[in-house]
Design a binder for this molecule. Structure first.
Ligand code: C5P
Length: 210
């Protein structure tokens, strides 16, 4: 396996920011795999199709273009909720995991972040990170982001959403969110993103197989 950095963790733990910083630092392409589940959900919603028909959802997943994932559009809260529903369907995962593996097999290597990168998508990745933080801390980050955009937010609702999403992602049968046995754990509850980045770099650079 080439230089693949696999990053997993629950929503709002900081893994996306960390993945982007690591990709820039090591000069690698980056794929936020959550966007592939979000794009599938959005395509279904836009076409007025049901979110619970696995055959239709899998067909939609197979048509997702990795080169055309618009983070600004896909980051909407409702799309995240819908994404975690379609992500529980095995044949949706088969289609998206195939596309994610093609991305990961680029000669230079790659950084991928999601929920099952170290366990399912790239189990042979030489560097695996599991980024987590207390649900309260993650909810507060989301809350502050919304306020910073000048919008109104309800902290208790956000905390409830974070917990519901965790339960769905960790409790599903296919590829539940969990750290790979050989993942390096980074708890960002009391650590800023810069400190997490330094810790991740130090870990990645001392891998003997690089
Ligand atoms: O990370 P993000 O919030 O964008 O992911 C949206 C949803 O997509 C997650 O709640 C999860 O259910 C699903 N997902 C997944 N496997 C991945 C990435 C995301 O199941 N590798």
């Amino acid at each position: 396996m080439s230089f693949v950095i696999a990053i997993d963790g629950p929503a709002a733990a900081g893994k996306g920011t960390l993945a982007r910083k690591l990709a820039e630092h090591f000069g690698l392409p980056h794929l936020d795999t959550g966007l592939t589940y979000r794009a599938t959900a959005k395509a279904l919603l836009d076409a007025g199709k049901p979110l619970d028909d696995e055959a239709i959802a899998a067909q939609t997943a197979a048509s997702i273009d990795l080169g055309n994932l618009d983070r600004a559009v896909l980051s909407a809260h409702d799309i995240g909720e819908a994404a975690s529903k379609v992500a529980a369907m095995p044949s949706v995962r088969v289609a998206l995991v195939a596309a994610q593996r093609r991305f990961a097999s680029s000669a230079r290597g790659a950084v991928l972040d999601g929920r099952d990168i170290g366990t399912v998508v790239c189990p042979d990745a030489p560097v695996k990170l599991y980024v987590t933080a207390d649900a309260q801390v993650r909810a507060k980050r989301r809350y502050d982001e919304i306020l910073a955009r000048g919008e109104v937010a309800d902290f208790d609702r956000i905390l409830e959403d974070v917990r519901r999403r965790d339960a769905r992602d960790m409790g599903r049968k296919d590829s539940p969110l969990r750290p790979a046995d050989d993942a390096h754990l980074l708890d960002t509850s009391k650590m800023g993103i810069e400190a997490a980045f330094r810790a991740a770099c130090a870990y990645a650079e001392k891998r003997p197989d690089l």
